[in-house]
Design a protein around this ligand. Sequence first.
Ligand SMILES: N[C@@H](CCC(=O)N[C@@H](CS)C(=O)NCC(=O)O)C(=O)O
Length: 206
Amino acid sequence: MAAIATLAHRVRIALAETNLANEQSEIDLQNKPSWYTDIYPLGKVPTIKYGDTLLAESSIIVEFIAELAQETSNILPKDLVQRAQARIFIVFFGKFSGLLWALVKNQDDEKVNDQLVKQSPTGPYFLGEAFSITDIAAAPFVARLNISLEVGIIRGNIKIPTGEGYERYHQWAKSITSRKSVKETLPMATELVTAYNRIRNQSSQE
Ligand SMILES: N[C@@H](CCC(=O)N[C@@H](CS)C(=O)NCC(=O)O)C(=O)O
């Protein structure tokens, strides 16, 4: 894991939601320890070790955790149609950052808001009352976008549109980012700002 990493945050949320016993190791992505690159040469996060097996890919890990905890947690919908819809939205959103970026730039041709209304007009979560793997996939991106906008990391007069046609998006964004498991696993805004500035400085020197 790495506290600042968006995709590792998905796994932290799933673990917080399911209360499965786990131990977490922090990986400094700027200075990856050799014990980690020895077991996972790609060196990306997140991965999990289950028994002797190492598993990678955040959305697969989240589903794996959800399946392990099926008796006690509903983050993987029991209804198979809803389960498919939850997975479809994760694929549709793909890199959530791209879709959110389109939203802030008013180029949201795929209308995230409409997709959310179609799935559940009343919300608050993607599927309605139940918080699910879809919300887990998106929450780290939405939370980081909100922080970036609040602290001015994103330059220019950029805002997420409000008003008619965006209500369901804002309801959803607020619900997922104020969920206890999301808030408790989100790094402090100052940590994120430091990390983003470091990445920005590095890329301007390259
Ligand atoms: N498709 C992978 C991507 C993992 C990924 O790119 N993680 C980033 C952090 S959010 C990372 O480890 N970056 C450091 C690196 O690539 O060296 C997933 O969803 O888990």
